[in-house]
Every structure is written in structure tokens, then in C-alpha cells.
Design a protein around this ligand. Structure first.
Ligand code: PEP
Ligand code: MN
Length: 437
């Protein structure tokens, strides 16, 4: 019988032996839930619309949040970026866009190597702010279970910040309109591009007028999500809904299982099967159709629309070959699982100066491939999962004037490279073009 207990699970930190981790778990178990069961249920309902082809899911945020960057300005920037992308996608597709942040809990990272060597010095890898610190010193890289308490507090602060923004911080549609026009002027001057910009401009002008009379646009639902990696933390935050007796992971609305921990009989999948939240699973290029099917059966035995999302991250070169058998196998079983595209994690490269980066063209090529496959199969391309920030960083190349030589200018990610604000809007516009086809 699989167990959700952390000690049997892969990719768990080597917590120091002693009473500390138990003390931390006990402390967390007494804290209030970060998210309420009814909010998770509401998100599942919104995702049911995605499953039925009536809406799209836009999920995005940092690869790794840090305690230092959990500032109001940074949270606001990410929300704004997602909301602006959502407006562009909604204008172009006519579909609703469910917005979910990779936010308020994305503090733990699985790493391919347990140690990192720089200039002959070897130290434990950075495992996310929930576990150790990114700075390359022995002290900073020490695994500290008490950081789980800071993870909780930082997530709570971020959720407070999000609630303060929702309903009070409308996006400036006129400014967005201007920015899109500027991007169009910089971009390829082809006729279809200009026509699309014109169409979105008209829609934005209409919305700007409409938003004055109706504040709905200022108050979209917004939900939190993160990879449910650290099982000590996640299980300590499971809460039972007194209305129904169901268990919920109270650390975030949507919880996903990463590519490295998605074994159908593994501890992480057992954890996800136990909770009622909407859940997601990443599928990389080694995923077999039988595995996807086993995951669908284990995580969504009742075939409930909105419960399960697959996040495909197959790489630009392989998505057209690898995606169809996965989607077909799951669809033919009768599963209503949502499919979204993570065009980031299959397209990571090393720049000549050693920075980890991603080329915008590869990201776009995977997105286009993903949408083309669904178009050919007659299935619904459910949306995107992105690593992005509202700030003007230089981490991904090939858009917004960022080339390999610019990476050092403002590379701030604690882990993987993110699209900056301008690049995120560029991607939304390019996807908007796909809906035109
Ligand atoms: C991530 O989302 O940052 C990540 C580690 O992804 P994956 O599990 O797809 O490798
Ligand atoms: Mn990442």
C-alpha cells in the first residue's frame, strides 16, 4: 500500500535528525488553513469550465519564490502581468481565462544534483527557500526545518497582499492598449499582426468603457498554486472540511506534482489522491501513455471535470510527436482531464556565459505545437503554465531586446529563467494569433 509519509518519498531534504522537524510539523498542524475548502471547490468549478472547453487556464509565476522577494510590489507585478495576459487571451479567444498564480507557496525545488560545485567548492544544492538559502556559503546552504514556518508566514503574507489587490487594483486598459501598440510597432510588420492588434485594441477600448460602469473586470477570481513537493509541510497543513469530512491541502488552492515525483504508486501521488483540491501533474518527455492513464485513474477515479490537470512539458522539438498518444489514451478512457502546456521546462539551455536561459522562439514553438496537436485531435487546448515575473528582468532571450549578452544585466531568478513583463505580453499576443488561425 503506498504511503503519503515523507520518509518513503523521493526528493525530500535530508532534514537533520533530532526533534526539530517533528516540532515544526506539530507547530504547522496547529496553524489556521492558508486557503479554505470552499475556495478550492470554487476553483474546481472554474476548472470544470476549462475541462468542458468553455474557458482557459493561465497559470504562472516564479520558478522559485523567495522570502526576500515576497514584497507587495513584486506580488502586484505578477498579478498584473497575469491579468493583462488574461485580457489579451480573452479578447482573442472569446473564452474565459481562469487565473492561477505560481505564488504564495512555491518555495521548494527538486534538483537534478544534490550538490553544486563552484570554483572547486562543493556545497549542497539550493532546494528552495523552504529548505535552505540560495547564497553559496556553507551556512546558507544548511538544511533548516524551521524555514518551513517562514514558508507558511510568507505564503500567508502573499495571500493577504493578493486579497488586498483583488477588487481594488484594476488594470489600466488604456496603458495596456498603448503598450500593445508599441510592441506591435517593434514587432514584425506583417498585415495579420497589425489586424490582430487592431482587433484587440477595439476590444480593449470597449472594455475600458465597460469597466467604468461595471467593476467586474477589477475583481477576477485569483487562485494560488505550487508544487506539493515537501510532504512534511503539505501533510502538516491538511485540514478536514467539517461540512463534508473531506481532506484538503490547505497550503494552496491548486497543488501540482512535479515531473520527478509523479510515480503513480509514489508518495506524492498518494498525497494528491487524498486531498479534494484541484490537482495537476507535470508530464515530461519520458511519460508513457499508460502512466498518464494510471495517474488519471488514481487521481480522478470519479472523472470529475476540473479535478485533474495534466501539464505537458515536452520540449519544442518533441511536442508534436509525444503529445498526441498521451492525450488520446487519456481521452479514450473517458477522463475529462484538462491539458495545459508548460513551454518552459523542456526548453532550458545554457548560454555561452553559463546562465541558464530559454529562447522565446522555442517557448513559442512549443505553445504552437501544443495548440496544433489539440486542433488536429479535436480536443481542447486548456491553457498555459509559465514561469514569469512582472519585473523587467533579463533571463529569457529572443524577445524584448534581450540577447545572450544581456543576461547578466538583470538575472535575478533563484532558479529557472522567467519571462519578463514585456515578454509575457508578447507571448500572449503570439498566442492570440494562434486563435486567429
Ligand atoms: C518547475 O515547475 O519549476 C519544475 C521543477 O518543473 P518540472 O517538475 O516540470 O521539472
Ligand atoms: Mn522551474
Amino acid at each position: 500500500m503506498p504511503t503519503w509519509r515523507a520518509e518513503r518519498a523521493p526528493h525530500q531534504p535530508d532534514w537533520p535528525t533530532g526533534p526539530d522537524i517533528v516540532a515544526v510539523e506539530t507547530e504547522l498542524a496547529g496553524y489556521p488553513p492558508l486557503v479554505a475548502p470552499r475556495e478550492c471547490d470554487r476553483l474546481r468549478g472554474r476548472l470544470a469550465d476549462v475541462s468542458l472547453g468553455r474557458a482557459m487556464l493561465l497559470q504562472g509565476g516564479d520558478c522559485a519564490e523567495t522570502f526576500a522577494k515576497a514584497t507587495p510590489a513584486s506580488v502586484r507585478g505578477k498579478l498584473r502581468c497575469l491579468r493583462e495576459m488574461a485580457v489579451i487571451l480573452a479578447c482573442a479567444s472569446g473564452l474565459g481565462v481562469v487565473q492561477v498564480g505560481r505564488i504564495a507557496g512555491q518555495y521548494a525545488k527538486p534538483r537534478s544534483r544534490p550538490v553544486e560545485t563552484r570554483d572547486g567548492v562543493t556545497l549542497p544544492s539550493y532546494l528552495g527557500d523552504a529548505v535552505n538559502d540560495v547564497e553559496f556559503t556553507e551556512d546558507a546552504r544548511r538544511i533548516d526545518p524551521y524555514r518551513l514556518l517562514r514558508t507558511y508566514r510568507s505564503s500567508a503574507d502573499t495571500l493577504d497582499e493578493i486579497s488586498a489587490l483583488i477588487g481594488h487594483d484594476g488594470i489600466d486598459l488604456t496603458a495596456l492598449h498603448e503598450q500593445i501598440r508599441e510592441m506591435a510597432a517593434r514587432g514584425p510588420r506583417n498585415e495579420r499582426h497589425q489586424e490582430l492588434i487592431e482587433k484587440i485594441s477595439v476590444a480593449l477600448r470597449f472594455l475600458a468603457g465597460y469597466a467604468g460602469a461595471d467593476s467586474d473586470l477589477r475583481a477576477p477570481d485569483f487562485y494560488s498554486s505550487h508544487e506539493a513537493l515537501l510532504l512534511n509541510y503539505e501533510t502538516a497543513l491538511v485540514r478536514t472540511d467539517p461540512r463534508t469530512g473531506d481532506d484538503y491541502g490547505s497550503s494552496g488552492h491548486l497543488l501540482w506534482i512535479g515531473e520527478r515525483t509523479r510515480q503513480p504508486d509514489g508518495a506524492h501521488v498518494a498525497f494528491a489522491a487524498r486531498v479534494r483540491n484541484p490537482v495537476a501533474v507535470k508530464l515530461g518527455p519520458t511519460a508513457r501513455p499508460e502512466e498518464a492513464l494510471a495517474l488519471a485513474e488514481r487521481l480522478d477515479p470519479d472523472r470529475e471535470p476540473g479535478r485533474l490537470t495534466f501539464i505537458a512539458r515536452l520540449g519544442a522539438d518533441r511536442v508534436r510527436d509525444l503529445l498526441p498518444p498521451l492525450v488520446e489514451r487519456v481521452r479514450d478512457s473517458g477522463s475529462p482531464a484538462i491539458w495545459i502546456c508548460d513551454p518552459m521546462h523542456g526548453n532550458t539551455i545554457t548560454a555561452p556565459d553559463g546562465h541558464k536561459t530559454r529562447h522565446f522562439d522555442d517557448i513559442l514553438r512549443e505553445v504552437r505545437g501544443f495548440f496544433a496537436v489539440h486542433h488536429e485531435l479535436g480536443t481542447h487546448a486548456g491553457g498555459l503554465h509559465l514561469e514569469l515575473t512582472g519585473e523587467d528582468v533579463t533571463e529569457c532571450v529572443g524577445s524584448s531586446g534581450v540577447g545572450f549578452d544581456d543576461l547578466a544585466t538583470r538575472y535575478e531568478s533563484a532558479c529557472d529563467p522567467r519571462l519578463n513583463h514585456d515578454q509575457s505580453l508578447h507571448l500572449a499576443l503570439e498566442l492570440a494569433m494562434v486563435f486567429e488561425d
